[in-house]
Ligand binder design. Structure first.
Ligand SMILES: *[C@@H]1O[C@H](CO)[C@@H](O)[C@H](O)[C@H]1NC(C)=O
Ligand SMILES: *[C@@H]1O[C@H](CO)[C@@H](O)[C@H](O)[C@H]1NC(C)=O
Length: 194
């Protein structure tokens, strides 16, 4: 993918925003309101949950290590791989509409130390997605709000994914880097654009 970034220079094409990189999280830390002082280690899979009966919820805190390239603008995407052959691990239950929000946090996550109670404060609200699932189990994601932001190049960028409403929600996925031919990434990614 990287060679594409040279094309506008080599061929004198006026530079248009080009998607040059897709980053996967380096930390996916569970934060559980009902175990507020337990530091759960990073895991390859993640949950966002809400119980309307108890108010208990699980968030996922995310770290991206953003490289120094010639990108300028970044955005997050929540992608679900629906290639039947891949059978990407995914589950969604509760009371529709299923809404998840993503907020940026102060970059102070520490694997094995961060808990629900000591989680870094939210600094900005970025995204709201509505998830849908048809009768065959095929999921789609609607981006209600998806903010662009300046790429924090050479730094970390950290976020929390949390329930967007007080309806019952159980969202589960296992973060996987499928190739475009296989239906593309599965989970939360950070896109870098020139
Ligand atoms: C997001 O979009 C869906 C589908 O159009 C809609 O049902 C839902 O109310 C929207 N949510 C918000 C918070 O705008
Ligand atoms: C999630 O985002 C939507 C759309 O901006 C907003 O209406 C809703 O209040 C947010 N929910 C939470 C819990 O922050």
């Amino acid at each position: 993918m990287r060679f594409l970034t040279l094309l506008p220079v080599l061929f004198g094409i006026p530079s248009l925003a080009t998607h040059i990189d897709t980053l996967f999280p380096h930390l996916l830390i569970p934060l559980k309101s009902w175990e507020p002082n337990t530091a759960f280690p990073t895991e390859p899979d993640a949950y966002v949950t809400y119980s309307s009966r108890t108010g208990a919820q699980q968030w996922t805190a995310i770290n991206f290590d953003v490289p120094n390239n010639n990108a300028i603008m970044c955005r997050l995407r929540f992608l679900v791989n629906t290639n039947f052959a891949m059978n990407a691990p995914f589950a969604l239950y509760g009371t529709p509409d299923f809404t998840i929000n993503i907020s940026r946090i102060k970059p102070e996550l520490v694997n094995g130390v961060t808990t629900w109670d000591n989680r870094p404060p939210i600094t900005d609200f970025y995204d709201s997605y509505t998830l849908m699932q048809d009768a065959d189990g095929k999921a789609t994601v609607r981006e209600n709000v998806s903010e662009w932001f300046l790429c924090p190049k050479g730094n970390v960028a950290q976020f929390v994914m949390h329930p967007g409403s007080q309806r019952d929600l159980m969202l589960y996925w296992y973060e996987l880097d499928y190739s475009p031919e296989n239906g593309g990434p599965h989970g939360i990614v950070l896109e870098m654009h020139t």
